[in-house]
Design a protein around this ligand. Structure first.
Ligand code: GDP
Length: 443
């Protein structure tokens, strides 16, 4: 799924990676390549234009975070915009109603309606612990009714059979009554499709909607069809009204464009996607997960998220000013260390930094460094505010008190003060970390 887009976008990112700053020319070049990959993948041109414009504006106007590279920050911006394009947050089904909730599945013939109806019922039963039932109102193709019956049996879902064979409204009403009587809390109605939209189909669906209370109308879209499927979606939406989309066949080698444009073009949330023929291949559509899957850069995105959560650019500026002016105190030392802890365990943080994976594999060094960080914070916590602001008053008796308060030894206090003084000195030469990453362990 989306393999081609992912490969192409990744190779564009690679070119950006060597750069230490994001300049308008290297962003321009990267975006041009990405634009082309998206168009080749059949993403709607309006969608591509808006996405590229937004990423460009954000990446050029952004303060660069100290702890990540410009390329990583660019990937994060791309990821955020892609997530918004895909719908931002996942959308629930409107089924918290007086039972039975009624879900109507509509779409063109062959889009995957019947399979999706059965998959959805199985999902509701297994994952949401509901008691669904299924009915087919396809009076034109007896084989379609039979297919749903077989799938219901496979998924151990109640299938509602009907005496009525010609009046779709009657069939739907009967099914509603039956599902109520057997205590089913969700009725899924599989409707008839056509090879293309026609008036009779639209009228039939409108009639059903006005005759029984449908809580959720889901349109099934075959993602292999591409852009054309979205025009069809817009007609369905205008004529009948849809609450959400289900994209099927995302496991195929479709170029993926329809899936990326679907939310934008139809202004309806993608609620589920299908990725196979068997009944358990239906997934809730999570825009953020899908975006990072498409970019194939999940770990970079979470690194930038954690870094921006913990060390704001403002904080980083304040700290570097203090270091420069030589009024960096033990309090600042502690908050610098705590922000490292906030970024995650040292090992996780280091392993996410490209090129430093090997260092993070050194279990011993990592465990030692993590323990040291924890100990340092405990020691500083045992100091009085005055001591934290002015380390020079830390005489022998104060050091003994702090050691017993923090469960450490006086030697530990001495060595911490030594490291603190070293760090003050090191701050004059901030380049040392870049020259030798191992210096991060030398606090
Ligand atoms: P309907 O005419 O809209 O009811 O479509 P069907 O449910 O009969 O599906 C048409 C074909 O698509 C069947 O062969 C299904 O097995 C297949 N299909 C449906 N959903 C998926 C999917 O997510 N992935 C794959 N690979 N095949 C699917």
């Amino acid at each position: 799924m989306f393999n081609k887009i992912t490969d192409k976008i990744n190779s564009s990112f690679k070119k950006l990676r060597g750069n230490s700053v994001i300049s308008s020319s290297n962003v321009e070049e990267t975006l041009k390549e990405i634009r082309l990959s998206l168009l080749e993948a059949d993403v709607n041109y309006k969608v591509v234009k808006e996405l590229i414009d937004k990423i460009k504006a954000k990446s050029l106007g952004k303060d660069v975070l100290n702890s990540v590279s410009p390329a990583e920050q660019f990937i994060k911006i791309f990821n955020d915009e892609l997530t918004l394009l895909l719908g931002d947050k996942s959308s629930d089904l409107n089924i918290k109603v007086k039972p039975p909730a009624v879900i109507m599945i509509i779409g063109l013939q062959g889009s995957g309606k019947t399979t999706t109806s059965a998959k959805l019922a199985k999902y509701l039963k297994d994952k949401l612990k509901r008691n669904p039932s299924l009915v087919s109102i396809d009076i034109y193709r007896p084989a379609a009714v039979e297919q749903l019956k077989i799938l219901s049996k496979q998924g151990k879902i109640t299938f509602i059979d009907n005496e009525e064979k010609s009046d779709v409204i009657k069939i739907a009403k009967n099914a509603y009554e039956q599902s109520y009587n057997i205590g089913s809390d969700t009725l899924i109605i599989d409707t008839a499709g056509r090879l293309q939209i026609d008036n009779q189909m639209i009228e039939e669906l409108k009639n059903i909607k006005s005759s029984i209370n449908i809580h959720e109308t889901l349109l099934v879209i075959d993602s292999m069809i591409g852009q054309e499927a979205l025009n069809v979606a817009n007609i369905f939406n205008k004529e009948i009204g849809i609450d959400g989309l289900v994209l099927t066949k995302l496991d195929g080698d479709a170029r993926g464009g329809a899936a990326l444009s679907a939310k934008y073009i139809t202004d309806r949330p993608i609620k589920f996607y299908g990725s196979g023929e068997s009944l358990d291949t239906i997934e809730v559509f999570h825009p953020e997960r899908m975006a990072s899957r498409i970019l194939g850069m999940g770990d970079v995105v979470s690194l930038v998220e954690k870094a921006s959560e913990s060390v704001s650019t403002e904080d980083a500026k304040k700290l570097s000013k203090k270091l420069k002016n030589n009024n960096f105190t033990l309090n600042d030392f502690k908050s610098a260390i705590s922000s490292m802890n906030k970024i995650g365990s040292l090992k996780n943080t280091i392993s996410m930094i490209p090129g430093m994976g090997k260092l993070s594999q050194d279990e011993n060094a990592m465990n030692k460094a993590n323990d040291e960080l924890k100990k340092t914070v405990a020691i500083i916590n045992s100091m009085t505010p005055l001591e934290r602001e002015n380390h020079t008053i830390l005489d022998g008796s104060r050091r003994r008190r702090i050691a017993s308060g923090s469960g450490t030894a006086v030697q530990d206090i001495n060595s911490l003060i030594k490291k603190f003084l070293q760090m003050k000195k090191m701050s004059k030469n901030m380049g040392s970390f870049k020259k030798n990453p191992k210096n991060i362990l030398n606090f």
